[in-house]
Design a protein around this ligand. Sequence first.
Ligand code: HPA
Ligand code: ZN
Length: 392
Amino acid sequence: MSTSRSRSRIAATCSRTAGLSRATARSGSAATARCSRQAILASSAAEPTPPTHAPDPRVIPIDWITLPKAELHLHIEGTLEPESMFELARRNGVRLPYPDVESVRRAYVFGDLQSFLDIYYAACAVLVQERDFYELTLAYLRRALLDGVRHAEIFFDPQTHTARGIDFATVVTGISRALADGRELGISSRLIMCFLRDLPAVEAMAALEQALPHRELITGVGLDSAELGNPPAKFEQVFARAVEHGFHVVAHAGEEGPPDYIRQALDVLGAERIDHGVRCLEDPQLVERLATEQIPLTVCPLSNVKLRVVDRLEHHPLAQMLDSGLCVTVNSDDPAYFGGYVGENFAAVRRALALGDAELVRLARNSFTASFLDEAAKARHLAEIDAHIQPA
Ligand code: HPA
Ligand code: ZN
């Protein structure tokens, strides 16, 4: 998939950026530099224009990494760093097919989603005890805090663990105990259990039944794993039952699968958010619907490059999705495997797609409005974003 950036979007970005009171002087792109200079001119017309080759000391750059944000597309099993993998393997007596951390990292070259999933599921064998799930989750939350994450809606794959004989309760209590401790650290959260779409629907239904005694710990249900050949409609009855129990609904769709899988996720499963959804751009009517209804799409740029959904980040459709009026957010998916946490995803798209300040702020604002937080909490986080981009 490849897209090109339109001239009109650059102009629109600049006009919106001029309205921001802090502009970035550390330009990652010509477009950003143009916007920064316009912002400076707008705010201090009487003063001499600074030389264009030197950063203006009056401009305080916005810190994009610590900009308050929510992460809405994060698989907790995908935060297992190779160092922890070895530590947990030692602790639990699990043999890994790699001699050391470096050889694990070298294996992270993927041709498509399935080639990643093969390694990702195999690595889960080191997660055995409740404390393993606790430590994994707490490590993610501590790392996310460094990237300005104030709220995280976290996926887990119970079937990956119960199939190995690990109790559902071990998994969900370990993760939830860490989420409770995370709240003390200043990061709120929700937990979303995903069904593995490459397995039969009857097994997803069994996983849903296992979740019911832990209903209060789980906010929503989702759908992940190998997309092609496993359309959302396969899980119609499972999601209908989940809705009866009051779970929120999300689904991976349009990562490798066609736009019709996005329609099915919306119309058959009742998805409130689409995870990935980048292939919607192949269907203009679908794009119009997604934009009109402001259905959030949780986009994962570095993941899309690593799994060859796009050939390079410079060709990622995120900018076109913003231009189309879609409610997109930026997320990390499986950061231990894809080369960056959410802050790095923000920094990477800013550089590669020459996103302006207004677009980055819009992505951060979308992350809260698209979350399952209540309206009061959303308003608090949006005000915090405003404070972050205002001068002290
Ligand atoms: N897609 C589908 N399933 C997944 C992914 C993904 O990117 N990551 C973990 N499970
Ligand atoms: Zn995902």
